[in-house]
Design a protein around this ligand. Structure first.
Ligand SMILES: [Zn+2]
Length: 112
């Protein structure tokens, strides 16, 4: 597996456009700060749950504004990352994972 490879299509070639779809397809989100180039790799599942709880829209195109870079914030700047969908192994602290019941509810919604 190539690190940093973008993999934003499902098994039949449809683009993954929402965090929900990324979570269901077990992708990770690679966030690169546009200012300091700091990279964070987040598991899409806890990110989905975070957005779900906050009532934020799930579209990937609008998700970047929810992630201000913490390193830049410490120096008084605010910077949004670019988000790439891939299969990198998540690194560093992750948002809390959903409990089993919430996760199964999402999965079953998509199976039917
Ligand atoms: Zn930064």
């Amino acid at each position: 597996m190539t690190i940093g490879q973008v993999d934003d299509r499902d098994h039949i070639g449809r683009a993954l456009r929402t965090i929900e779809q990324c979570a269901l397809h077990r992708r990770s989100l690679r966030l690169t700060c546009q200012r300091c180039r700091l990279v964070r790799v987040l598991d899409a599942i806890p990110v989905w749950w975070l957005f779900q709880q906050r009532g934020w829209p799930h579209d990937l195109s609008g998700a970047a504004r929810r992630f201000a870079c913490s390193a830049c914030r410490e120096t008084g700047h605010r910077s949004e990352p670019t988000i790439e969908v891939g299969r990198d192994r998540p690194e560093g602290p992750q948002p809390p994972y959903p409990d089993e019941r919430e996760w199964k509810r999402l999965v079953s919604r998509y199976r039917s």
